[in-house]
Design a protein around this ligand. Sequence first.
Ligand SMILES: CC(C)(COP(=O)(O)OP(=O)(O)OC[C@H]1O[C@@H](n2cnc3c(N)ncnc32)[C@H](O)[C@@H]1OP(=O)(O)O)[C@@H](O)C(=O)NCCC(=O)NCCS
Length: 143
Amino acid sequence: MEISLEKMKIEDLELIDLKNFDDFWTESILKDEILSDSSYYIVARFQNEIIGFAGLKFLLDEAHITNIATRIDKRKNGVGSKLLESLINRAKEEASVLITLEVNTENLPAINLYKKYGFEILGVRKKYYDNKFDAYIMTKYFN
Ligand SMILES: CC(C)(COP(=O)(O)OP(=O)(O)OC[C@H]1O[C@@H](n2cnc3c(N)ncnc32)[C@H](O)[C@@H]1OP(=O)(O)O)[C@@H](O)C(=O)NCCC(=O)NCCS
């Protein structure tokens, strides 16, 4: 698949139907994030459609992955990998010492994706999602 990665723009939000990505984020939260100076958001485009997006937030010398999602019908095609590679590269450019995230302990596709890129499980946040589901803290250090 010929995928291009681009910085996310406010207009892109109209092209993203969140329910096709598992709608755990709202448009208004995404909008705030795109406009924030301390964030980096990208979209993956295929034949003029947005088939993935991902974001980073910089906090001091750390980079926090806030979101990474591939459209449901385009999964397992390497889109998530491309998005994650871009986030990792951007975090290195910002001289972050690490890149980290929280992920539902039952979300095997995401956990496997992060492991593939060298993230390690460094802790658990109990009942992190909806006061019900646990989250792993997964981190990759840059040395
Ligand atoms: C996690 C997600 C982004 C992966 O996107 P993707 O485009 O399918 O990822 P890729 O095709 O690049 O796959 C990369 C790796 O992820 C893992 N993976 C992806 N889908 C998987 C699945 N269904 N089961 C197990 N591992 C899986 C594999 O390790 C895979 O590497 P491989 O192809 O060498 O086996 C996608 O499943 C998604 O959007 N999920 C919903 C949103 C979400 O949960 N995001 C994470 C929030 S922390």
